[in-house]
Design a protein around this ligand. Structure first.
Ligand code: ATP
Ligand code: MG
Length: 442
């Protein structure tokens, strides 16, 4: 073989991939192909090197053997470190010993980005204990199989949820994320500079989505919410994605039905994904015919019966929910009105409670929703009682002078939904680049 004709290029140039790895088959024996991806591993000795190349669809073995490929190519391959980004032109060859019954005999290689360092963890690593080590090099971390499955399932779930809304006559909206006043007044807001004024990052699209039911009746938004959560937990992020729904001429019971539809669709999607990807190690999620509904008061009674320290009016803490052994998806409805935001409607049958619900998965809250107040006078009354400045909300209240329809809605935390469906323990692994008290990079 001529030793001097092969140069190792480092630019993509006019090379284009002809096949993803999963498209290569023994039937393609002797075809010339161009594959691209990153190096998973290189092993070998002396005159023979085996490289596993990974692209977004799978893996393929490249066999560089003296005599059957140019020496420069073989030597280059033998020295490549994991994660290096390369392109290979070569010939497909069936091989009983190769992982998928085929391998590529390389003719040329282009090394686009050569890794010189030892990566902080192996591309195959099943678990890497320290999440901070992983997050520091998140794009590499996200190549690992377990995370690939979470995010591929997440994308499918989002697609299914969007389809549901489109098929059911909802309009997709986007509301401002830079706002002048807090939605619910008070805490957990990130202040920002807005030209020469103070403003905030939106903690929820609440007021805007309510207003938009006047114009469009049925709206949804899938977008970030910002919460200056002071605590370090496995279920809170400073920036999360909320699936927000708002619908005119319905009440909170109708919204619970919508959620039931969405949960059913999400479970079907994730179970289908699981069937197609048997290595994903997701646990099949069971869907009851109906998501059980418990009233707040009923659960307080149950808690008191098992000796949990809780009073009517207290929040239902995860530790107490655990004590009464609730699991899977369920609703807690008819919460005390006291702690609820001003826009949540009071129950007609009992002024102490509200037409509201939380969707739960075990002790994890996935969604809060309610019937909303549609009458300006009632809203103002509620705001006054909460010590909110009515003037600051005039931009919102003014809309209620012009025929606000009765409406209801909810916000579902996407990351928490993904946690429940994929068995992910830490919310940081249900988002690409988590933001929390300690983390603003990468
Ligand atoms: P929690 O009590 O768990 O802090 P919350 O009641 O303050 O949640 P809501 O204001 O009701 O949250 O928001 C609706 C949904 O948005 C929640 O049920 C949850 O799924 C999601 N969510 C809210 N805050 C966060 C957060 N900081 N990180 C991730 N998801 C969140
Ligand atoms: Mg809530």
């Amino acid at each position: 073989m001529n030793q001097n004709t092969v140069m190792i290029e480092t630019e993509l140039g006019d090379w284009r991939r002809t096949h993803y790895s999963d498209r290569l088959s023994p039937q393609m024996a002797d075809s010339d192909v161009t594959v691209m991806g990153w190096v998973l591993s290189v092993r070998g000795h002396g005159n023979i090197s085996f490289m596993m190349l990974k692209d977004k669809e799978g893996e393929i073995q490249v066999l560089a053997k003296a005599g059957s490929c140019p020496d420069e190519v073989r030597e280059k391959i033998s020295r490549l470190k994991a994660h290096s980004s390369v392109g290979i032109k070569g010939t497909v060859k069936p091989s009983e010993k190769a992982p998928r019954g085929i391998e590529i005999i390389p003719k040329e290689i282009r090394v686009f980005s050569e890794v010189e360092k030892i990566p902080p963890f192996e591309p195959y690593a099943k678990t890497v204990k320290n999440i901070d080590t992983r997050l520091e090099v998140r794009p590499i971390d996200l190549k690992r199989k377990s995370l690939q499955h979470i995010f591929k399932a997440r994308s499918k779930i989002l697609q299914a949820i969007r389809n549901y809304f489109y098929e059911n006559g909802f309009l997709e909206i986007n509301t401002p994320k830079m706002i002048a006043t807090a939605t619910e007044g008070g805490a957990a807001l990130f202040p920002i500079f807005y030209y020469n004024k103070e403003a905030f990052l939106a903690q929820s699209p609440q007021l805007y989505k309510e207003q938009l039911t006047m114009s469009f009746e049925k709206v949804f938004e899938i977008a970030p919410i910002f919460r200056a959560e002071p605590s370090r937990t496995n279920r809170h992020l400073a920036e999360a994605i909320s699936i927000d729904v708002e619908e005119a001429y319905v009440d909170y019971n109708d919204i619970m039905k919508r959620i039931e539809d969405l949960i059913k669709i999400s479970i079907k999607t994730v179970n289908d994904y699981f069937k197609e990807n048997t290595d994903s190690e997701f646990i099949t999620v069971n869907m009851p015919d109906k998501i059980p509904q418990y009233t707040y008061s009923e659960l307080v009674d149950k808690m008191q019966k098992v000796g949990a320290k809780t009073e009517w009016g207290d929040d239902l803490y995860p530790s107490n929910l655990k004590k009464i052994g609730l699991s899977g998806f369920y609703f807690i409805k008819d919460w005390p009105i006291g702690p609820k935001p001003f826009y949540v409607k009071m129950s007609k049958s009992d002024p102490k409670i509200s037409e509201s619900f939380d969707l739960m998965f075990g002790d994890l809250e996935l969604s809060s929703g309610s019937t909303r107040v549609e009458k300006r006078a009632e809203l103002e009354e509620r705001m006054k009682n909460k010590g909110l400045k009515i003037d600051a909300f005039e931009y919102h209240l003014r809309a209620f002078d012009y025929g606000m329809p009765p409406h209801a809605g909810c916000g579902i935390g996407l990351e928490r939904l993904i946690m429940s469906l994929t068995g992910t323990e830490n919310i940081r692994d249900a988002t690409f680049y988590p933001r929390d008290v300690d983390r603003l990079t990468p």
